[in-house]
Design a protein around this ligand. Structure first.
Ligand SMILES: [Zn+2]
Length: 251
């Protein structure tokens, strides 16, 4: 019987039948795959904890019948610090949903898998959750072919303007923006622009060192929400939970 043997990240899971769980895994070399974990909802099941969302695992699944069936699974990382902190969990679940919504089944995207796992590791120990999410979103958009252009007008490569056109995404110059018509435009101030270029250019360590609260952080979050919603053509379900956590954090 053919089998899938890979490492992957569990994006979501749902109940199936009386005792089983249907797991959506972003698997290295395979892309997004749906796997049935038989008996995973029984307390004594060896699959009970390893089939939870936010688990980085190594697994084997047999392909046959309607859906592949899990035959072996071992957790490589369960991201406990993220599960134990509600603030971090909100950001982690949002990252998982963005990955899930961005990809179709069975199209390998190992670059996005590595990006998500790397960002979940950073999220486990950073206080800069909002900036980490922005750092992740900018790279996710780029890997999906929807990179935010900051340095030049995305139409004519001239000097960029001040208004972001979210479905480009970028800052068209004055001349080009007059031709854009009634598209969603957002004015982005200089502080937020500086932070955006820091986030898209340098490595995470350059951002990690900034002392909180970081100027422009809220604007950057709003800008990226708009671009991500434009790309996905809808608002992720876990965005409401993320917003509740954001509001509570701002006191
Ligand atoms: Zn232009």
């Amino acid at each position: 019987m053919p089998q899938v043997k890979a490492e992957g990240l569990i994006l979501r899971s749902s109940n199936l039948g009386e005792w089983d769980r249907l797991v959506v895994v972003l698997a290295m070399g395979y892309g997004k795959v749906r796997v049935v974990a038989k008996g995973a909802r029984k307390i004594q099941s060896r699959y009970a904890s390893v089939t939870q969302p936010l688990t980085h695992l190594r697994f084997t699944a047999y392909v046959g019948g309607k859906l592949p069936t899990l035959s072996q699974a071992e957790a490589l990382e369960s991201f406990r610090p993220l599960r134990e902190n509600l603030d971090s969990l909100a950001y982690a679940l949002y990252i998982l949903e963005l990955v899930d919504m961005s990809l179709v089944d069975a199209q390998p995207h190992d670059d996005i898998l590595s990006l998500a796992i790397a960002c979940l590791h950073i999220l486990s120990h950073t206080e800069h959750r909002e900036l980490l999410l922005a750092f992740f979103e900018l790279r996710l958009l780029a890997r999906l072919g929807f990179a935010l252009e900051l340095g030049v007008c995305p139409r004519c490569a001239g000097l960029p303007g001040e208004h972001l056109v979210v479905d480009l995404p970028g800052f068209p110059c004055h001349k080009c923006s007059q031709r854009e018509g009634p598209r969603t435009q957002i004015r982005v101030n200089g502080t937020a622009m500086n932070l955006l270029s820091k986030l898209s250019g340098g490595d995470w360590r350059a951002v990690e060192g900034l002392s909180a609260p970081v100027a422009g952080e809220r604007e950057v979050a709003a800008v990226l929400d708009s671009i991500v919603f434009a790309k996905l053509e809808k608002r992720p379900e876990s965005h409401a939970f993320l917003c509740a956590i954001r509001v509570a954090a701002r006191g």
